[in-house]
Write a protein that binds this ligand. Structure first.
Ligand code: BGC
Length: 369
């Protein structure tokens, strides 16, 4: 080999070695953003709470199923923060230490979760903001629903129902979600955009942690303040809080059928209350599509592959950047369309919904069986 060829050969070796080093330093244990060739991708799923049924019964299993379909060898590092932002911070730290290649993060606190994103970004680990938008941080993707539209659907359904009852213009109670959740702000804004000027808001609460028990206490206070006949309906931001408010009404001897109440999530207990007429409506969000979109993004990012072109992306600004986002469409559900929405979509089966003789009778009357 002459001198010139030796230099070229050494340069080639240097490139190959350099590439190998680069790949290794990107891989698993070091917390880099993509797996090294052949290594199984590690995907962290960080959910915010377990008092609301959807996370453990829908989001977690649906996300895991889709990831396994796309990458059978993938490892999922799962944690649930039980409404505790500090705990979520430690869970994210643990995921990074354990070599997560991507974080799918549904933040307890949309503002303080920014520090998780900054930490992940420093280790080149991308973050998908799942369902709730993380604010003021370099988030890579956002997957959710049109959340202002959720609030509009709730507000419109309540207003239409009250109008039909001859109660437009009268007093309602508003029970919103957690002030730390960006979604709760959007639901609230959407609902106010429909209800303001059309009904009187007798009393309004933001419910810390979205806790159903706290919603029940808030409703107790509202009943004390307004009197048992001092309100015609209740805006509740989700099914969990609606469950609390309805329990408070029952406890005070008020028939919830006479006070249309809103909800969200189409959780099983919510759908059953809607069927029985105790809760007027809920909002169905196809969590299967949400979890699948997040899984597709997560697998692509973990493997360093291109994002699937089938995903429809729009931009949502989170105060720091325009975040490429998948935004799905929510649907209002009342007794009349349970069959054509949640049942047709396989979200709940008829036998799951009709689990008692009372529900079976109501199901028959509503044409569910
Ligand atoms: C979600 C709702 C959920 C609520 C409470 C919101 O961010 O979008 O589906 O009911 O949090 O966990």
């Amino acid at each position: 080999m002459d001198a010139k060829r030796t230099v070229l050969w050494l340069a080639a070796v240097a490139i190959v070695v350099g590439a190998a080093v680069a790949l290794t330093s990107c891989g698993g244990g070091g917390g880099g953003n993509t797996t090294s060739a052949g290594a199984a991708p590690k995907i962290a799923l960080l959910l915010p709470e377990s008092k609301t049924a959807r996370y453990e019964t829908q989001d977690k299993p649906l996300f895991e199923k889709k990831v396994k379909e796309l990458a059978p060898d993938a490892e999922i590092l799962y944690s649930n923060a039980n409404q505790d932002a500090t705990q979520q911070q430690s869970q994210a730290d643990a995921a990074l230490t354990n070599g997560a290649n991507v974080l799918v993060l549904d933040p307890v606190d949309s503002a303080s979760a920014a520090s998780i994103v900054t930490k992940a970004a420093a280790q080149k680990v991308p973050v998908i903001s799942y369902d709730r938008l993380i604010l003021n941080a370099p988030v890579d993707y956002y997957v959710s629903f049109d959340n202002e539209q959720v609030g509009k659907l709730q507000g419109q359904a309540l207003l239409d129902k009250l109008t039909g009852m001859g109660s437009a213009g009268k007093t309602i109670v508003m029970i919103n979600g957690a002030p730390t959740d960006n979604n709760a702000k959007l639901f609230k804004a959407g609902a106010h955009s429909i209800l303001d000027g059309k009904v009187k808001i007798g009393v309004e609460y933001d419910t810390p942690d979205w806790s159903p028990d706290k919603a029940q206490t808030e409703m107790d206070q509202a009943i004390t303040k307004l009197g048992k006949s001092g309100f015609v309906g209740v805006y509740c931001a989700n099914d969990g809080t609606a469950g609390g408010a309805i329990a408070a009404m029952k406890g005070a001897g008020i028939d919830p059928k006479t006070r249309p109440t809103t909800g969200q999530d189409a959780e099983l207990a919510g759908i059953q209350r809607v069927l029985l007429g105790e809760q007027y409506m809920t909002v169905y969000k196809a969590i299967k599509l949400e979890a699948a979109a997040a899984a597709e993004l997560a697998v692509a990012l973990a493997k360093g592959e291109a994002v699937p072109s089938t995903l429809q992306l729009s931009n949502v600004n989170n105060g720091s950047k325009d975040v490429p986002s998948v935004l799905l469409t929510p649907v209002a559900v009342t007794k009349d369309n349970i069959k054509s929405t949640v049942v047709a979509d396989g979200f709940w089966t008829v036998p799951q919904i009709l689990s008692t003789p009372e529900l079976q009778a109501a199901g028959k009357a509503a044409g569910l069986q």
